[in-house]
Design a protein around this ligand. Sequence first.
Ligand SMILES: Nc1ncnc2c1ncn2[C@@H]1O[C@H](COP(=O)(O)OP(=O)(O)OP(=O)(O)O)[C@@H](O)[C@H]1O
Ligand SMILES: Nc1nc2c(c(=O)[nH]1)N=C(CO)CN2
Length: 376
Amino acid sequence: MTTVYLALGANLGNRRANLAAALERLRLGGKFKIRAVSGLYETRPVGYINQPDFLNMALEGETELSPLDLLDSLKRIELLAGRDFSAPRNYPRPLDLDILFYGDHLVNEDRLQVPHPRLHERAFVLAPLNEFAPRFTHPQLQSTIEDLLATFDLEKEGVFRYCAEPGLQIPPPRFLFVTGKLAAPVLEQFLHDLSTQLNFTYGIAKMDMDVAAFMSVRYIADHLKLPEEESGIYDLLVIPGWAKGDLASLERISGIKAVLGPTDLTELESWLELQIRCTKASSNATHYYTEEQLREIQARLTDSNIRIFTDGKCIYAFNDQLFVSGGIEDKELRTLFRQLGVDNASHAFYLGRELYKAAMSIRLGLPYHQDRDLAL
Ligand SMILES: Nc1ncnc2c1ncn2[C@@H]1O[C@H](COP(=O)(O)OP(=O)(O)OP(=O)(O)O)[C@@H](O)[C@H]1O
Ligand SMILES: Nc1nc2c(c(=O)[nH]1)N=C(CO)CN2
């Protein structure tokens, strides 16, 4: 698995819906996992000026695809969004997906250059990327994203973080269940109930056979009719637990990672819980705000409640009036606490506990969320 960074842009049609659909399609049959997404930015077009404004965002993902296979998948997603590849470069488009970085690999092929050769000239790329990868170092320029971004005045560039469109979330996992005709209605009911409880989405492929237990992997591979554009929207193909045969060939034919599901519907809940936990546990991306972004958040506050954040190194605490930051050593924590000037005893206990939890999260390399337990 390689960590990759992608830039997304849209300036035709329903721009936000185009970006949302791209996130849904970016599962690539389980070969791509989105780990972090930025907010949406309203941006003035660069290059060919006489065209509508863009919505831009960036994301961090992990993939087992090679750089060129990833590029091909991105081109397919652009095509599904209605992209006209005969239009000249820099023309309006419903969707544009660029590979910014592929780990720290350098690629220099006719149809692919990575790192993207123009990313450091583009505030509309650097600003969203900086939300979750400020300290990623450009392998050729040897500068971090935050340093590259610091050379731009975002207002002058026409790059605005707080646009009218609400941001997008990482889509929940999406499973495709294969079933026989008899079990289909019961499975549908189970999945319908569990999907909100466990936060996943699903599709059901009903095979023309009464009982799922009689299906072989070969039979499923031969009879699963999936429109080509659909394989990308799933993370996992779940086939009945009794099925025997070669899963690798089914994966090749369907384009989706395949696993055997539980043999009994009563085990479906714990089986799904485990699957979902596994996808989350392998996520190592932590979203950190930069001090500048935290100060922007502060500027919009109107109350005195203290908000606490970390950036993996320092602790930041602020309300509408004051903004303090500091390190995680005991002495630094005490100074931070004093600067907050809290005189109410129960509030002081609360803040002390939160500050120590924030310090602990930094020591352990875990994400910190105010009022939530530390979690792996
Ligand atoms: N890192 C990269 N990411 C995406 N496409 C790339 C990359 N490097 C080279 N390309 C090639 O660029 C071609 C044109 O891509 P596209 O139409 O998205 O360009 P553009 O968005 O108009 O301009 P720009 O490349 O400056 O963003 C693609 O078909 C692809 O082969
Ligand atoms: N603001 C903005 N301008 C652009 C963009 C884009 O995504 N945002 N993409 C381009 C071609 O890739 C050319 N110009």
